[in-house]
Design a protein around this ligand. Structure first.
Ligand code: TRP
Length: 333
């Protein structure tokens, strides 16, 4: 439906990888064709863990360049840095007053950190900062500030969207007006299906990711490291239980898939051959985007200009939302 707003954020906490591409970027770009899209770099969320300035800057540029290299058109999609929109932090403080502490206690990122500390027998608050504890409030501010209808995210973020809905409804109810639009998650399940180098779900925390922007040579070398079983070349193999094949499927046509599956089933295809076939399709898919990425990342001033332009357009919307709320709440004059 036209007129609906879709919004999502990516944290600059690591090098963009294939999991980000299929799990977040591609689905979001698909939605951008049909809705008004607002995509941002969640640098204040990253600040909870990325506390070195050069790293923060690098990852932020990398995410911006990745969005654009993958097809985001900054003229059509609003692309901005979270930190360039100060109303985010004003709204976040506003939301705090309507957020039950118990709701934060139950948020899973905090709960996980908390239970790990208990397991380890260290202080229950060890290495937990208030940024982690109030993470869902900041995320709710990101979403509610921009009149968001749809939020494409991975399954792990669903609870955060529910918290945003909960807070928005409390505020609307309190002031007796639809001040904040209540959003809805769009859960992408692709990410669950993307195996990393070791066969577990691809995730930065497992250290098993395949970065998007390696050179051809580096990419091939990395793909050759994918974990396999010890079946010999001549043995017949099962594509349906194979990590290499699962990755191959993401990058290939049905015809290519049928062809490789047939080679698995007759025998004579060693794991090295399968990895080579995988490399060829991945490299063919990424090469044109890699060229764009390399050009974008080499020109930080141009990236800054795009992000600045995004921020000034974003602030028109964020100022309107915040003005509406301040008025409804009797804040200011
Ligand atoms: N928490 C999200 C993640 O870790 C990133 C994020 C921050 C986000 N703010 C958001 C996603 C707002 C969607 C909407 O992936």
């Amino acid at each position: 439906m036209a007129g609906k707003v879709v919004l999502t954020g990516i944290k600059p906490t690591g090098i963009p990888h294939i999991g980000n591409y299929f799990g977040a970027i591609r689905p979001a770009l698909g939605l951008a064709d049909n809705f008004e899209a607002r995509y941002f770099i969640a640098d204040y969320h990253a600040l909870n863990s990325v506390q070195d300035s050069a790293t923060m800057r690098d990852y932020t540029y990398q995410i911006a360049a990745t969005w654009i290299a993958c097809g985001l058109d900054p003229k059509k999609v609003l692309l901005y840095r979270q930190s360039d929109v100060p109303e985010t932090f004003e709204l976040s403080t506003f939301l705090m007053a309507f957020t039950a502490k118990g709701l934060m206690n139950r948020a899973h990122a905090y709960k996980d950190a908390f239970s790990k500390n208990l397991e380890k027998g260290v202080d229950q608050d060890h290495e937990i900062n208030m940024g982690l504890f109030t993470y869902p409030v900041l995320m709710a501010a990101d979403i509610l500030l921009f009149d968001t209808d749809l939020v494409p995210v991975g399954r792990d973020q669903k609870q955060h969207i529910e918290i945003a809905c909960d807070i928005a409804q409390r505020i609307n109810h309190n002031y007796g007006a639809e001040l904040l639009r209540v959003p809805q998650p769009v859960i992408s399940s692709t990410l669950d299906l993307i195996p990393g180098l070791d066969g577990r779900k691809m995730s930065k925390s497992y250290g098993n990711t395949i970065p998007l922007w390696l050179s051809s040579k580096e990419l091939r070398k990395l793909l050759m490291k994918i974990t396999t079983n010890s079946q010999g070349v001549e043995e017949v193999k099962d594509p349906d239980t194979c990590n290499i094949f699962a990755l191959f499927k993401l990058f290939s046509t049905e015809e290519q898939q049928a062809e490789l599956a047939a080679r698995y089933r007759v025998g004579g295809l060693g794991w090295g051959h399968a990895k080579q076939a995988l490399f060829e399709v991945v490299d063919a898919h990424l090469a044109p985007m890699r060229e764009k990425y390399d050009a974008l990342i080499a020109d930080k001033a141009a990236l800054d200009a795009i992000l600045d332009e995004g921020a000034s357009r974003a602030r028109v919307i964020s100022a309107a939302t915040m003005g509406r709320l301040r008025k409804a709440a009797g804040l200011g004059r």
